[in-house]
Design a binder for this molecule. Structure first.
Ligand code: 0O2
Length: 191
């Protein structure tokens, strides 16, 4: 797991540099907060079994792309794409896959921009490419996702339909809030 921990450290450093630079150059910060987590060995093995992945190190590295995870919470939707661009255009970052659940939300209402990236981690005997899943979302999307996550596990993945409808409605309200806040923000910036 060590290379994954180092990859998290590297990407976290990249994000804090961007954060400080944005704040210094533009007098505003697009990043509200950042979190990271290293998947536990048990949860990696549970996913390996669930997905029927060959439990060899090489196969796990290839198939399980969210062992190292970073979540970047931004103020506005435009900031999500701004931070995504600034991070993924760096020459040592290789983008493996992007899932844009903001443009194409999941049926339950989940929104976020997911990027599976690969960064080189420099170990004593040379560089090792390591994948990191970066999830970028707004505060409103994050609020929704954290409650949905709790509900999902409370009901052991079998959420009653009334609650599912309620979550869908709440996702629409969150999206509406994001749109309104962005309009207000643009207005203030122009004044
Ligand atoms: P945790 O505890 O946050 O790590 P896969 O990762 O392969 O099983 P998939 O669909 O290929 O599944 O990956 P995807 O869509 O990129 O989603 C992976 C992660 O995104 C999840 O990780 C969640 O963190 C988040 N996510 C995706 N869909 C939802 C959703 O409907 N609701 C919420 N709250 N989060 C979601 P984990 O491992 O499930 O959870």
């Amino acid at each position: 797991m060590m290379p994954y921990k180092f990859a998290i450290d590297e990407v976290m450093t990249k994000i804090s540099i961007l954060r400080e630079e944005f704040a210094a150059l533009h007098a505003e910060n697009p990043i509200e907060h950042v979190g990271s987590r290293l998947k536990s060995t048990e949860s990696v093995l549970e996913k390996v079994a669930r997905k029927g992945v060959d439990p060899s190190y090489a196969a796990i590295r290839q198939a399980i792309t969210d062992i190292a995870g970073i979540r970047v919470v931004c103020s506005f939707v435009s900031d999500v794409y701004r931070v995504f661009e600034a991070l993924t255009k760096q020459s040592d970052v290789r983008v493996i896959m992007v899932k844009d659940y903001i443009e194409h939300p999941k049926p339950n209402g989940y929104k976020s921009l997911h990027a599976i990236i690969e960064v080189p981690v420099f170990l004593s005997d040379g560089p090792v490419p390591v994948t990191v899943e970066v999830q970028l979302r707004t505060v409103a999307m994050d609020f929704w996702a954290s409650l949905e996550h709790k509900i999902y596990y409370k009901y052991d993945r079998e959420v009653p339909s009334a609650l599912l409808r309620g979550l869908r409605d709440a996702a629409d309200v969150a999206a509406d809030l994001d749109t309104k806040m962005e309009i207000l923000h643009d207005q203030v910036r122009r004044d």
